[in-house]
Design a protein around this ligand. Structure first.
Ligand code: ZN
Length: 246
């Protein structure tokens, strides 16, 4: 699996390097095809570069249009990105930011709504404390987790000749239709959170994958609830009772 990483030395990357450049060569997104593209400190990339991510995240392809010709390169990637809460590195909650809440608000606003809509899982990761380091290792180690992921991928391939991320709408409705409580929860969330059609279907894909990791044939309410809770901007809406895993 190819892993392409654009980290600190290349945060000034222009969008051409992402998509293909002036000579229409494969860019970072295509070099990571069928693999992982890791972008560290996501808001530090230019708005133009971030905007260039939207099309390939949606279609799995990059279209490069030049004066005399068009070229399409494959770009089906797993995008993984990281960022600090604010530019200072700590965020107001960590006590390292002296600029107040505005610092985090301005920094996080560099990521557009349409880009965030295409990122299925968004999580806050609290700092590791000394007490955390003293805790025993998790019951499920890396090897066990990798084996579980392998079983889930195998189940997806056997069921639909492809991974959940690549399912078209018809296949998604066939293999990921939740049970009645799950469907009711998703319908309520779609209305309360004003989910876009894209977000609705991506939530279904994530719920199907969670069920696969669980070894479950059917997508149940708990899988839908967990999928909803994995999106940062929705998790805060759990007072409504639909975003908490139950
Ligand atoms: Zn700050």
């Amino acid at each position: 699996m190819p892993i392409s990483s654009a980290e600190e030395p290349r945060r000034d990357i222009i969008f051409c390097a992402f998509t293909g450049g002036l000579r229409a060569k494969p860019g970072e997104i295509s070099l990571a095809h069928q693999g992982v593209l890791f972008l560290d400190e996501l808001p530090e990339f230019s708005p133009q570069a971030l905007d260039a991510l939207r099309q390939p995240l949606e279609t799995g392809q990059v279209l490069i249009a030049r004066a005399n010709h068009h070229v399409t390169y494959p770009a089906r990637i797993l995008l993984a990105a990281a960022m600090n809460p604010c530019r200072c590195g700590g965020g107001p909650g960590a006590g390292k930011c002296r600029r107040g809440p505005r610092c985090a608000i301005d920094y996080q606003a560099r990521l557009s709504g349409p880009l965030l809509d295409r990122i299925d899982i968004q999580l806050d990761v609290p700092p590791v404390t000394a007490a955390d380091l003293a805790l025993p290792s998790p019951v499920e180690g890396t090897a066990e987790a990798a084996a579980r992921v392998g079983r889930a991928r195998e189940a997806q391939t056997q069921r639909a000749c492809g991974l959940n991320a690549a399912l078209d709408l018809e296949a998604l409705e066939r293999v990921a239709a939740p049970d009645a409580p799950g469907a009711a929860l998703l319908a309520k969330a779609a209305e309360s959170l004003a989910l876009s059609a894209r977000a609705y279907h991506r939530t279904l894909k994530v719920a199907r994958t969670i069920a696969d990791l669980d070894g479950a044939d059917a997508v149940r309410r708990i899988h839908v609830a967990e999928a909803l809770s994995l999106k940062r901007q929705w998790a805060g809406a759990d007072q409504a009772g639909f975003a908490k895993v139950s």
